[in-house]
Design a protein around this ligand. Structure first.
Ligand code: AMP
Length: 279
């Protein structure tokens, strides 16, 4: 596996991979890889001839009081995992390569970025949309893969790719979960043993709410019950639990098929997100 940190070298390497009409799938990540990331790599290997993974902890998607400095980083371990998985190329630029002095352009997907995690983390999705559009332009993949774990992010990237006419396919991969149901996340590493044990209440409450709503229960009351269960189960606060249209992300107060339950909650200093299909 090649590890590349320079944009000109990256372009040459990707062109070489695409020679003879071969396809390239890009899996953008912030590293600290777990089985959720690797499921994207596996999907990439199924749908394309070559997989390129990027690792970049993007400063512009972290708020001033968030965990940018503390975010787990272990490139050597990540690179070894990716090499084992048959990844062709690891794109691992530094901050100065991504944001040269005077960098002043950003992408805002206004309609989809304001609510949910966008409300709790102002500027977060502008940082995500900007870095993902840069990655698309740098790598030039045929396909890009993202996890459904970050449902709002996936919706925003799909909309951005459509609005800006990016010539690639965006694919979403199902959420990889631990045996007890907690969605895998690099941030799970922050949890103490007790917090990790308690955290199972989060997917459990969402699962129960999704089932109740699909069965005809009142949406507002069911969401309030889920929020209370999450706090009673050991979380410090709930940012939101919401029923949403899966594409427009519009809030729904009445169930319709293919709706998605979206949620974020805080346990200690750790903020976890999750989502589930309803019905
Ligand atoms: P991150 O490194 O957290 O920015 O995530 C990189 C990619 O992996 C994103 O597309 C995420 O949605 C995806 N991802 C993270 N956790 C999971 C998971 N548990 N299951 C599926 N995809 C995931």
């Amino acid at each position: 596996m090649q590890i590349i940190r320079d944009i000109a070298m990256l372009r040459r390497a990707v062109s070489a991979l695409q020679q003879g009409g071969k396809s390239v799938a890009l899996v953008p990540t912030m590293g600290a890889l777990h089985a959720g990331h690797l499921s994207l790599v596996h999907m990439g290997r199924r749908v394309a001839d070559h997989v390129v993974v990027s690792i970049f902890v993007n400063p512009t998607q972290f708020g001033p009081n968030e965990d940018y400095a503390a975010y787990p980083r272990d490139e050597a371990r990540d690179a070894a995992l990716l090499a084992q998985e048959g990844v062709a190329l690891l794109w691992a630029p530094d901050v100065a390569t991504m944001y040269p002095s005077g960098h002043s352009t950003h992408i805002e997907v206004a309609e989809l970025g304001a609510d949910y995690c966008g409300a709790a983390r102002p500027g977060h999705f502008d940082g995500v949309a900007t870095i993902v559009s840069k990655l698309f332009n740098q790598v030039g993949p045929d396909i890009a893969l993202f996890g459904e774990k970050d449902w709002q992010q996936l919706a925003i990237i799909r909309r951005m790719a459509r609005d800006l006419d990016f010539a690639l396919d965006i694919l979403g991969a199902p959420i990889a979960r631990d045996a007890d149901g907690l969605a895998l996340s690099s941030r799970n590493a922050y949890l103490s043993k007790e917090q990790r044990k308690a955290a199972v209440v989060f997917p459990n409450a969402l699962k129960a709410a999704a089932k109740a709503i699909a069965g005809g229960a009142d949406v507002v009351q069911t969401i309030a019950r889920a929020e209370a269960d999450i706090v009673e189960g050991g979380f410090d606060s709930v940012d939101y639990v919401a029923l949403a249209d899966p594409v427009s992300l519009e809030r729904l107060h009445v169930f319709k098929s293919s709706a998605r339950l979206l949620a974020a909650a805080r346990i200690g200093k750790t903020r976890l997100i999750d989502n589930m299909a309803v019905g």
